[in-house]
Write a protein that binds this ligand. Sequence first.
Ligand code: ADP
Length: 534
Amino acid sequence: MKHVNLLILDDKEENIISLSALLSEVDHINIISSTDPNEALKICWKNDIAIALVDVQMPEINGFEFVSLLKSNPKTNHIMAIMVTAISKEDRYLLKGLESGAVDYLYKPLHPEITVAKVTSFVRQIHIQEEIKQKNIALEESQRQLILAKEEAEEARRSKESFLANMSHEIRTPINGIVGIIHILRNTPLNNEQHDWIKRLDNASNSLLLIINDILDISKIDSGMMKIEYENFSIRKKLMDIDNFFKIKALDRNLAFEMDIDPQLPEYIRSSPIRIQQIIDNFVSNALKFTEEGKITLQTSVVDQAASQCTIKFTVTDTGIGIKPEAIEKIFLAFEQGDDGITKKYGGTGLGLAIVKRLADLLHGKIEAKSAYGEGSAFSFQATFEKVDNFRQEETIDTTAISSLHKFDNVRILVAEDNELNSFMLVHILKSWGCEVDVVKNGRIAVEYINQHDYDLIMMDTHMPVMSGFEAIQEIKAHPNPHKANTPIITISASVLQHEQAAAYEAGADSVIGKPFDPLDLYQKIDKLISKRV
Ligand code: ADP
């Protein structure tokens, strides 16, 4: 334990000797003494004195004045002063000492045991104070470290976000081109072999897109950027869509796909149809992937029902390879697969179930997996949903027939896109809808074109050399000619990150489409924007 410096100030040398002798019993102290208050003050300034035993009656400066001086100096005001006095024990003296800043009194003649006990207790107090001080320093240090770690984590999150924005742009842009060209090629005369090649190309680009979307999804969820968008929808219709889609896929693999819907299932609920479908799609896709023969069942049962709420459980059962008991927990972790041999034989990234688990959490639901190795598995998602009455769902238009959409009449569009594959594909689609199209490669030329010509609509890529899409939009929106300034602008954003899409709107875009985009979505957006234009 650290020694504590204790000062004895008494004008009489003999008193110092007797007090020092008494205190020799107290552990962990160094005694320093003086008969002169001025010298004692200097000792206090220069040495780390913790306790001062101060005689009250001294010539020149008395004990009360000495303690007041100690207390008035920030360098010495922490010193615990104990007055040593022979004068009366009357309250007014006591009060005077305490007012000057003393913490206690010792009365002459000194009682040896009381003196030792008091000083010992003050030494202990000082040790405790020292310990608290050290702990505070450690606490402050760990707080500092924590703030530093938080800042570092923030920084890492930011760079991950911008890496994601860039990566999504860089990868999705060429895929957008590939998907578009496949679409164009499919509508040209092809022999059977070429049809087969196109089909393979389509499958490959779709799987690539799925992987990228999975990576982006998990990163979005983990950085808290995945927003669940709630809407009223027909759960029965959603299940029928899933049934239609997977029946064909199962048939392709010589498997049966069956649906079992609880008659008590309500027609309409409020939730996120996209995310529910994503969860079920994932279960069924895995079931198809890991089942060689037999059947896959999607069972929808109502677990609990009240006036306004309904707890629904979706279970996908298969007769596939099953999962070893020791692997069942880890398959919900990102990049984990049930078996080391799985990738080799079945491919996959191990991200699907990790996303499903996170989506289920976001929907306040739970996931369950049961499996008998070699016999089959059952994956379920259960959550409570709000029931909706008297709701009419908008009919969606068939997305397959984009070339049969009615042509736009006398519509001139400026496309600003630096990627040749993408602009080629975009121009082809726009021309198939009867539009007249000009193409430029950066924002600067786009602004020049706007000055020279009149357009009904501008399609602007966000990332371009020379002048970015955002800068160009800002210039166009500030155009002195109000007709030109009001030209509707659709930004083409390869980023799925919400903040980038928000930035497009902030820059002045009227609408945003993603990459790869759904042609029908684009058609509807163009239709809406040009019909508003006067
Ligand atoms: P991926 O399928 O891309 O590997 P998932 O996260 O969807 O990733 O699945 C993780 C692992 O869980 C799979 O690799 C597989 O080992 C196991 N698994 C998932 N569903 C099934 C299933 N229906 N039957 C057998 N194994 C499954």
